[in-house]
Write a protein of this length. Structure first.
Length: 98
């Protein structure tokens, strides 16, 4: 089972987890989506008690990253120090593929 660290508390968590088991931080993973807009993806989202699914293309994908400091990890991958001063802005819009 692959592990990673929570970006909020630094605790180890399963990479397939939707929330950190220790602090409850939610994860929204975009690594499976090709943000160049050339390939469709399946987007699932929840609004209230309803879950919606659509085949879509990313129409806008603007990611702005302004690092102020870097996170430090030990040789075992454990988080040693984490900067909370990074500024990441993401604007992503999807258009239905039909």
């Amino acid at each position: 089972m692959s592990k990673t660290n929570c970006v909020n508390c630094g605790s180890a968590k399963d990479v397939d987890a939707k929330v950190c088991p220790f602090c409850g931080t939610s994860y929204f993973d975009l690594t499976d989506i090709d943000l160049d807009g050339k390939h469709p993806c399946i987007v699932r989202f929840k609004h209230g008690d309803n879950v919606f699914q659509m085949k879509a293309y990313p129409s806008i994908a603007e990611i702005t990253f302004h690092p102020v400091a870097m996170d430090a990890r030990g040789v075992d991958g454990r988080l040693l120090m984490m900067s909370r001063n990074n500024n990441i802005t993401a604007r992503i819009e999807f258009v239905s593929a039909g």
